[in-house]
Design a protein. Structure first.
Length: 95
């Protein structure tokens, strides 16, 4: 059995990180998640494109806002929202 997979997608991990601090930089998120900055950019672009996150400029940095009312996409999660997922999982690195 492979030990390299995780239960949550990188998209979910990005959402949890941005909930913790909506002013995290791309590099900070990449370091937290252990992935490349380019991967984080692609993940955030996916989330913005599909309405899960909005992005605004704050000087040289971005500020992110999660649409916590957005529905989860998988049919097994029908009726559940992003906000419910984040609330159920809590903060990164906290148990």
């Amino acid at each position: 059995m492979s030990k390299s997979w995780t239960l949550l997608s990188h998209h979910a991990h990005v959402l949890i990180a941005l909930d913790q601090d909506p002013d995290y930089t791309i590099d900070q998120i990449a370091q937290i998640l252990g992935i490349t900055s380019r991967s984080v950019v692609n993940l955030i672009n996916d989330l913005v494109e599909d309405g899960y996150v909005s992005k605004t400029k704050d000087g040289r940095n971005n500020h992110y806002e999660i649409n916590k009312k957005a529905p989860l996409r998988h049919s097994t999660s029908q009726g559940k929202t992003v906000g419910q997922l984040i609330a159920a999982l809590g903060e990164l690195g906290k148990s």
